[in-house]
Design a protein around this ligand. Structure first.
Ligand code: MLT
Length: 264
């Protein structure tokens, strides 16, 4: 079921399917909840799958200017309360969804049972990357998200996906182009000033699964291995023939890894 959930300072659009232990799916940048279609289809017969559009994306409220990862985490905490989710969730976040997951642990850890971190990073942006994000934010506000789709799609999907599954890449383009420019820009600025959380990792005492596309051009297998090594209870699964969007590119392999982790 798709619904709009009112929070104290905005509305989140959320897909809520199935019943059982809750899994909160948090999408990457600059996408929407739609990227989790294959996981919801496979897992909602056994789990409650909750997949919101983050603030600024899809059909959720746009807050122009700047939205931090901490704000997004607090939105998710309030969303779970509004949906009457009482048990700790498994938070499954991809890339920016992972940046939000670190903040969710920091601010709302009583609501967190387990982490699934897909193709994400713990370090902050370099000064150059921060500057590029700032410029991209201004350009999105001025020209719309088309140029961002052109720049990002080749980095999100591996070569085999781009040639073999053009429909998947096209669907991502539509998600990006459908997103409100001011929402994309606000999140880009929020990512630009996100902190380095490397020092937090040894304290994150929840079971964690790290999923990495073997050909991820943004968060490499080696970089995610160092996150897995620093977390107290983590293991990494590398997904072959996948890039940054491993859950979409190889849904069967990713879903099998998630199910194995959840059933342990
Ligand atoms: C994402 O997939 O969320 C983005 O690649 C994250 C980023 O740009 O750092």
């Amino acid at each position: 079921m798709l619904q709009k959930v009112c929070l104290s300072n905005g509305t989140l659009n959320v897909r809520d399917e199935g019943s059982g232990e809750p899994i909160l799916f948090v999408h990457g940048f600059p996408l929407s909840h739609q990227m989790w279609e294959a996981q919801i289809t496979a897992l909602s017969s056994r789990y409650r799958c909750i997949a919101p559009d983050l603030r600024g994306f899809g059909e959720s409220t746009v807050t122009p200017g700047f939205v931090g990862m901490d704000q997004m985490a607090t939105d998710l905490s309030a969303l779970l309360v509004a949906l009457q989710v009482e048990s700790p969730v498994t938070l499954c976040g991809l890339s920016m969804g992972g940046y939000v997951a670190w903040q969710f642990w920091k601010l709302h850890r009583g609501q967190l049972g387990r982490l699934i971190l897909c193709d994400t990073r713990a370090i902050a942006d370099t000064p150059e990357a921060r500057e590029q994000r700032w410029q991209a934010a201004e350009r999105v506000e001025r020209d719309g998200p088309g140029f961002l789709a052109d720049a990002m799609l080749p980095r999100l999907y591996c070569q085999a996906t781009r040639t073999g599954r053009p429909g998947l890449v096209e669907a991502a383009r539509q998600q990006i182009e459908h997103n409100p420019p001011q929402g994309i820009a606000a999140a880009a600025r929020g990512m630009a000033i996100r902190p380095d959380v490397t020092d937090w990792l040894p304290e994150i005492q929840v079971p964690a699964l790290l999923i990495t596309g073997e050909e991820d051009a943004i968060s490499s297998v080696g970089e995610m291995k160092s996150i897995a090594d620093a977390l107290p209870q983590a293991r990494q699964v590398v997904i072959v023939q996948a890039g940054h969007m491993a859950p979409e590119e190889q849904p069967d392999a990713v879903n099998a890894a998630i199910l194995k982790f959840l059933q342990q």
